[in-house]
Design a protein around this ligand. Sequence first.
Ligand code: NAD
Ligand code: ZN
Length: 358
Amino acid sequence: MSTMMRAARVTAFGQPLTISQIPVPEPGPGEVLVKVMACGVCHTDLHAADGDWPVKPSLPFTPGHEAAGIVAALGPGVTELAVGDAVGVVWLHDACMHCEHCRTGWETLCESQHNTGYSCDGGFADYVIAAAPFVARLPKDADLAALAPILCAGVTSYKGLKETEARPGEWVAISGCGGLGHLAIQYARAMGLRVVALDLSEEKLAAALREGAEAAINAGAADAVDQVKAITGGGAHGVLVTAVSRSAFGQALQFVRRHGTISLVGMPPGDFATPIFDVVLKRITLRGSIVGSRQDLAEAVAFAVQGKVHAEITRAPLSDINRIFEELKAGTVNGRYVLDFTLPDAAAVQTEVEVAAA
Ligand code: NAD
Ligand code: ZN
């Protein structure tokens, strides 16, 4: 095995990533080294590279938290995985396992957690380090590129839907039909929910109908709220907001049903106005939802392996990452881009030292 690898590195916020040669990391105790076969590109990677959020990653770093690959080496003490196992490396790199949140199946809220592609290097690289207890188990013969989006977009949508507490036969409104949303529609259907989808892109709305939404509404239409209310007979029981737009959050408050719950999942920087009167009198629950626990992840993967949800992917080489980020910013990505490390990639690669000197 070569001691150097390719990695798409963020060296400055808001600047294009650099494809660098950096050393292959070594797995420490309890860790495994994973050879990345495919890594989905999540809008969170773009927020990370732009330094959008209050807590920023330290530079330089490698984004990517939808990495599907093969265990290449075991660190000391790892017994639950073997070299050759197919695994997914996810946002929740690790958690303390001892705090109140970890003890109660809410390891996603652990204050000592690390995050792949944010506080530790991620999957936009030939190899990534994972903590053995936190990987997703994937079938050996699976198309890893097809499963990669399940590792964040899938589990996050699935958990966010559970968090709406909508029951089979009830309506969920899914606002934002991008990487997360196009899977959320399918999870919702598989969970017995009725779906009304909202986006600004007519192309994505057409896809939403193919993916199982009963209605697809342009969120920018003047009567979008009235349309949702009419279709759902008074408002959606649950709302999942994956849109990268603050206005979508305020809009959700207008079409949620009385007694309904809104799961906030999209993370555009900033805040939105919450009308106290409406929230109180309609007994609305507003709830944040962050990825999913290891159990949620196993369930989300199982839906995909059983063919109940299917990510719409476009494969691209690692060197396309900056073009993909531009498209995500413009809102023109249909489904999910997946960096496919089995594709030939002729792009020039620099060492990190050369990049620093340039
Ligand atoms: P994406 O760019 O693929 O999709 C976003 C979609 O929102 C696009 O289809 C866009 O057209 C649509 N949109 C924009 N404005 C809208 C509006 N006003 N109304 C309705 N739709 C609108 O992004 P993604 O990868 O699906 O990620 C979505 C968001 O979710 C990002 O902010 C990301 O950081 C966040 N995220 C959160 C979690 C979590 O655990 N909470 C996990 C993953 C991603
Ligand atoms: Zn993500």
